[in-house]
Design a protein around this ligand. Structure first.
Ligand code: ATP
Ligand code: MN
Length: 467
């Protein structure tokens, strides 16, 4: 076969260099034939669209056509021609076809309409389907949008550690990192594990958040963000939780609550607008096949102002709903943590748009959130999205050394290894704040997919770490 430089399908479909000989490589999506010609749809992952290869039956040998099954990998040379058929501008009139990899009939992705559950069990091959191709092209684009947004707004990409010795966000939820022999653990007189001979000489874990280190950077570089893997050993088997996920965590000096909410809203709208502008074909596919209201929902989130709702006002709305006969599973009262049914009521039923909830009771939020003058509430902000629930959790941070110290003591947080964090409040403390956006929750929203396991290539959840 003649060696011709490969052209990607995405470029073939836009090319008007008719009558030139091109080479395309990719996997067979469909193969059908009329007596005189065979039509082979090839996809190479560069776009959701296939290129149509037209092969004259008498030009090629019958055995070759038998090998061209769904999933087989081909290299095709042929003449780029203007397509007479509707739906595509150009097609390839094959002159040479080479089968790079045959695909036997037990190919797991052969049948259309498999369940997502089935696809997850074949996560190594689901990438070759239209749906997962679309999802992961969009995932890539969202990562680009995130870096672009922050770079354009003067934020520095800052790498926070993945292995950490701080467990301030709740020790029970962390995966431990150790090189100790688990069959022969040395314990002290109280039966506690002795880590002095472990790799780091102390107990270490995989990070649940880069925020604390992000604060160190924001109080030096001004505006930073991290974007990296995050680990939580919480046993939540929900369509919204992963044990390993990616989090985007900007942290900004000299920002107040309103500034923080502006940033959250502007950032998230930028990302969604980026998807609408740069992922048209994939979004149209998902809108047709997965969720018929996807594009409408994306457009409306970009167009509308988010509701800004103090927690106390949110509780009042929920109580009013209860008084009007609305049934919640969990009772509503000031001081409670909102359950997902309450969040959904506010976002999907009451306001019908994204809600940024603020000023939560201090008891249900983390120790580092800035205390309001009322002494009861803190300057936390959660962004609640339709279908998703919480997509962002953030806050203005407590910059007052004594108030922060008090919250640490009230909560009995073991801070002996965290002297460095308190130093930010001791030396040149400054008002600052930031938030964490779960990357996969954003991808869920943008793709219309229902389960977070279907927007990360190889999901890690309780009892699942395949591939
Ligand atoms: P949730 O209440 O939904 O469990 P959280 O309050 O524990 O979330 P934060 O600690 O505020 O979450 O983390 C910031 C963001 O990270 C969340 O708003 C969410 O988008 C994302 N996130 C948190 N936990 C997970 C998880 N287990 N899997 C995927 N994303 C997550
Ligand atoms: Mn949260």
């Amino acid at each position: 076969m003649e060696t011709i430089k490969r052209t990607k399908v995405i470029d073939i479909l836009q090319s008007e260099a008719y009558d030139t000989i091109v080479n395309v490589k990719g996997w067979v999506r469909t193969h059908r034939d009329s007596k005189a010609v065979h039509f082979i749809a090839i996809n190479d992952g560069s776009t959701i669209k296939n290129v149509q290869v037209v092969a004259d039956t008498d030009r090629f040998n019958a055995d070759l056509f038998k090998q061209i099954t769904t999933g087989a990998c081909l290299s095709v040379n042929g003449k780029l021609t203007k397509s007479p058929g509707a739906g595509q501008a150009s097609e390839i009139q094959a002159t040479e076809i080479e089968v790079l990899g045959t695909c036997p009939s037990d190919y797991p992705m052969q049948k259309k309409g498999q369940t997502f559950e089935y696809m997850r069990q074949h996560a190594h091959l689901r990438l070759r389907t239209n749906t997962f191709g679309a999802v992961f092209r969009i995932r890539h684009n969202m990562a680009i949008a995130i870096h672009k947004y922050f770079h354009e707004h003067g934020f520095f990409y800052f790498h926070t550690p993945i292995i950490t010795a701080s467990d301030c966000e709740g020790a029970g939820e962390m995966f431990q990192v150790t090189t100790k022999n688990l069959y022969d653990l040395k314990k002290d007189e109280n039966g506690k594990i002795d880590y002095s001979d472990d790799f780091f000489g102390k107990m270490t874990s995989l990070t649940v958040s880069g925020q604390l280190e992000g604060e160190l950077a924001a109080t030096a570089l001004g505006s930073i963000y991290s974007f990296g893997p995050t680990f939580r050993a919480e046993n939540s088997n929900t369509p919204r939780h992963l044990a390993e996920f990616w989090m985007i965590e900007p942290e900004v000096a000299f920002i107040d609550l309103n500034g923080l909410m502006d940033l959250e809203e502007d950032f998230i709208k930028y990302c969604i607008r980026w998807a609408l502008d740069n992922c048209k074909d994939d979004l149209e596919f998902l809108n047709k096949m997965i969720d018929k209201s996807l594009l409408e929902r994306l457009n409306s989130v970009v167009a509308e102002d988010f509701v800004r709702l103090p927690y106390t006002e949110g509780i009042r709305i929920l109580e009013e709903a209860v008084n009007n006969g609305h049934k919640f599973e969990f009772p509503v009262s000031w001081g409670m943590d909102l359950a997902s049914e309450h969040e959904r009521y506010l976002v999907e039923h009451h306001f019908k748009k994204p809600v940024i909830m603020t000023d939560y009771p201090k008891e249900i939020k983390a120790f580092y959130m800035k205390l309001n003058e009322d002494g009861k509430t803190v300057q936390g902000t959660d962004v609640l999205f339709p279908q998703i629930g919480e997509i962002i959790g953030g806050s203005v941070r407590e910059e007052d050394y004594n108030k922060l110290q008090e919250q640490i003591e009230v909560r009995d947080i073991p801070m002996k290894d965290m002297w460095w964090y308190l130093d930010t409040r001791k030396f040149g403390s400054c008002p600052h704040g930031g938030f964490g956006l779960g990357f996969e929750r954003l991808i869920l929203f943008v793709t219309g997919m229902q389960n977070i396991r279907d927007v990360i290539p190889f999901p890690r959840t309780p009892k699942t770490a395949e591939f």
